[in-house]
Design a protein around this ligand. Sequence first.
Ligand code: WT7
Length: 657
Amino acid sequence: MDTVEETITRAKDTSDTGPQTTRTPHVNAAQYHSLYEASISDPEAFWSKQGERLDWITPFTKVKDVSFDLGNVSIKWYEDGVLNVAANCIDRHLATRGDQTAIIWEPDDPAEAALHITYKDLHRNVCKMANVLEELGVRKGDRVILYLPMIPEAAYAMLACARIGAIHSIVFAGFSSDALGARINGCDAKLVITADEAPRGGRKTALKSNTDAALLHCKDSVKCLVVKRTGGQTTWTDRDYDYAEMALEADDTCAPVPMNAEDPLFILYTSGSTGQPKGVVHTSGGYLTYAAMTHEITFDYHDGDVFWCTADVGWVTGHSYIVYGPLANGATTIMFEGVPTYPDAGRFWAVCEKHKVNQFYTAPTAIRALMAAGNEPVERYDLSDLKVLGTVGEPINPEAWNWYNTVVGKGKCPIVDTWWQTETGGHLLTPLPGATELKPGSAQQPFFGIQPKVLDPQSGVEITTTEAEGVLVLADSWPGQMRTVWGDHERFEKTYFSDYKGYYFTGDGCRRDADGDYWITGRVDDVINVSGHRMGTAEVESALVAHARVAEAAVVGYPHDIKGQGIYAYVTLMNGETPSPELRKELETWVRTEIGPIAKPDLIQWAPGLPKTRSGKIMRRILRKIAEDDYASLGDTSTLAEPAVVDDLIENRMNRR
Ligand code: WT7
């Protein structure tokens, strides 16, 4: 008899009927509870076993070495182990599943053929890309920026970096050239990999010309490798290299470089409550162990299933659940270039039918947008292969949950509402299919090894009663946790470990109900969540004030039916400037170029003044209330320097309901 632990370490498939799935899930309710207990009482033993999911060149002898003490924060997992992440995602599968499809690529235009890339194909292509990178002078530890459409070359490039020990940093193709340039310089990248154009929703983004613009502000030595996706016209400079040409010449084998478990795998820039985006650093052994385990257990992935995560590889969701987790598990993973509503609102379901998708993972904002298009586009397609549905990025409202459950899942697919962050590498709170009684809108319970605590936000004292409301922190580490902020360990400590001593602070508020289930109530800092994209209000503000006619700006989130939160900007113009619809448009375009289309304010209110304390601090609480059209309960305004400005803001508020 297998122990429970062995069962989930080695994922087996039996064909009994489970409570909510049509086969025995990897973990049932009783196993969840006993194994969770074991993971907390003896983390070393638990994670040592889980580390066996990977193939190690030199096996680890140390499992965990962690300190959350401010001034001395250090997180290490499997620290003396040596492995290669690409070999774990490709080479070790070749003997048993070389001809199995690793990646199904579905293009933006449904009339274009999908690609079925086998593990053998993947190996060949990644080796070629790795050799091209080496030829361009990229070595172990060097940084490579990826600014690409959702094309197979994006996965090849990620894995090629991992193969030679280079550190990739993906910049979402929706970001502007300024944002791209800041990231190239931020991590001192040697190379940028981009494409001529990115087709998305029938439109094309000129990635190469954005890259050219970004590189004007970077060192001359930065090279640019170009994948020709559309064949669209591009200018060509001395620093540019044609990927197809080089790949033709490149050898199709390349030995994977042995990497220490704690060598960085990638950097991913994400927004915080202050300053510029920070480079979240994930390392090799722990990250891959955690991505692989959560992919298998959370989605109840069984060998032979087809898994689809609709995210973009520009976000952490795409890293962990399109590329690293699924490929480490030898899965078939879908990579989709397009958008949910092109050519029509049935596209997701058309792709599910076409590729017989078993697990489908998307964001609440997409579900709400598709729900608004009605049931017909869903009912047009055969979704009978679906077994598990997932959501990520923001709390899901019960209406959207119910629609997802009944119309998409036909009431027979458990929905896993996965709460996690760029910083966490993988899921931390989530129901498990077949093990959890589901509650719409709740991320419910901790994954193995995760110790969530609810603290009183003011005192920082833990609330130990089952029912609790406060800020969400984590009492101990897990292998997928970020290790540092690139080039700024002090900022890492300050951001996550200084507010509540001895804990990792998530930045989220939460409620724990009488059953002990967790409900995320949203960010408690100045981070907003727009269509599942994370945005620092400070970033949008600094973009606005960089405009010559803007004196001051304050940005807050407000409830938005489709996007979850919209961006509401209060703008004070320079003396002598007058508000106009043209200026409003100009500011919108300005923010798009400074950051990217996802940062464009939904509402701009002209503010003759902003509510400030006598010491000059902007009272955001008041601005949030007005943006929410909830100005009757402004709370204490007695500390305002000029109470009259509030009356004007209320009078001219933009979001009347
Ligand atoms: C923030 C992290 C992790 C990949 C996508 C976002 C919010 C995420 C949920 C969920 C409620 C959620 C949190 C978190 N969030 N998932 N299931 N329920 N809120 O990653 O951009 O790093 O954003 O997204 O506020 O802190 P991210």
